[in-house]
Design a protein. Structure first.
Length: 141
């Protein structure tokens, strides 16, 4: 059996502690992602995306990554729908940090270390999405 990642171990532990709420949130995110893909195809798919390139830059959304991750992955890390507004992202980030903040797990060094790594990932995702949304607002969406 392959070794489980630290994030996987922590999430499994957290889901046992928190109960089915985490599993339900994951199911909602998957359904939202499937709805988004379906909506993307209904709106014309890749050809429309290429037409919506940022004016004057010659750069579209295809291939844009942040530290090797796509923006979609960062939204998924924060358990929000891709393209959610800043307020929704902020609420989700705060909710997840309340659950996974290292100070909540200070009694167990292993869990505290996992919580530290997870909270750093959540903070990175929040920062990248906020920067993206503010830049998009700056160029008039």
């Amino acid at each position: 059996m392959a070794e489980e990642s630290k994030l996987g171990v922590f999430k499994r532990w957290a889901s046992e502690k928190v109960g089915d709420r985490v599993a339900e949130a994951a199911k909602r995110n998957l359904n939202a992602m499937l709805d988004a893909v379906e909506g993307f195809e209904e709106r014309g798919g890749l050809s429309t995306l290429l037409d919506d390139m940022a004016p004057g830059t010659g750069v579209g959304l295809i291939g844009v990554t942040y530290d090797g991750k796509s923006l979609r992955q960062y939204y998924a890390n924060l358990e929000t729908e891709y393209g959610a507004d800043l307020n929704t992202v902020k609420k989700s980030y705060r909710r997840l940090m309340r659950l996974y903040h290292p100070d909540r797990h200070s009694g167990d060094p292993e869990r505290e270390k996992l919580a530290t790594e997870l909270s750093q990932e959540l903070t990175r995702a929040y920062d990248v999405i906020c920067d993206h949304l503010r830049a998009r607002e700056g160029r008039g969406k």
